[in-house]
Design a protein around this ligand. Structure first.
Ligand code: ZN
Length: 254
């Protein structure tokens, strides 16, 4: 199927979802898992499972020009910040570094979202606009946590939440990822244009030990948060990824 670049409309090529710098970390022998489970859901709610032995996911989502241009610049800046955090090094994040992390998370989220074409959160014009401004539609909040367990590697889950309540109609894209010691989560919410903005009541459920990154990132943020965070007990990452509840369309990828 011929596909066009989700960010510019140009002719897309096969590219890895995870950038080379991250793949090289994920493929380290000590981090290698026996199997990675990939679960996807189609527009009818049917679930498909497959297993793979490599963290590589390939998609025709972006063109060479985007991949080697603005996305490559973003990857270079992101790897400088994220690589030490994935290895578990303490960090004081400047506003600019927080901004870099959040742009990278959103860029990754948009690529993952586009892989399930029947139900996507981001619309074509929103992705074009993101390429220009690297600002997402609606409201967005980010959280960073620390994983202290033994199951290194990666965890990714993304889904679209909806509410049918007519007084407060919104859709949210929730993306949770974990690489090595670093846990990242974003919640991007779009409110129906018919709704008055003041009815939006942003509720963040659960008591999780995370640090929040809030645009416009005026304060420095220390990572990891003090105290215990995510470990291997009771599938905490999975629970964290489900904390907003009410999900109708959920995808898990390696
Ligand atoms: Zn492009």
């Amino acid at each position: 199927m011929p596909r066009s670049c989700i960010f510019c409309g140009g002719r897309s090529t096969k590219e890895h979802v995870w950038p080379t710098w991250l793949l090289s970390i994920l493929k380290q022998p000590s981090w290698k898992r026996e199997q990675l489970h990939v679960i996807s859901t189609d527009q009818h709610g049917n679930r498909y499972r497959r297993q793979q032995h490599t963290p590589e996911i390939v998609t025709r989502a972006v063109c060479g020009q985007c991949n080697q241009g603005w996305m490559s610049d973003l990857e270079t800046r992101s790897s400088d910040v994220l690589r030490p955090m994935i290895a578990g090094e303490d960090k004081t994040l400047t506003g600019r570094q927080q901004e870099t992390i959040t742009k990278w998370v959103l860029k990754t989220g948009m690529v993952l979202d586009s892989m399930y074409r029947e139900i996507t959160f981001y619309e074509h014009n929103e992705r074009l606009s993101f390429r220009e401004t690297q600002i997402p539609p609606g409201y967005v909040t980010f959280w960073l946590g620390h994983y202290s367990g033994s199951d290194f590697g990666s965890f990714t889950r993304h889904g679209i939440l909806r509410t049918e309540r007519s007084s407060n109609p919104y859709r949210s894209f929730v993306l949770t990822m974990s690489f090595g010691r670093l846990v990242l989560q974003a919640c991007n919410t779009k409110i129906a244009s018919s709704a008055p903005e003041e009815v939006f009541d942003y509720f963040v459920p659960g008591e999780w030990n995370t640090v929040e990154l809030i645009p416009p990132f005026t304060d420095e943020v220390r990572w990891p948060p003090s105290g215990s965070s995510f470990d291997d007990s009771e599938k905490t990452l999975l629970k964290f990824s489900e904390r907003f509840g009410g999900s109708t369309d959920v995808y898990i990828s390696p």
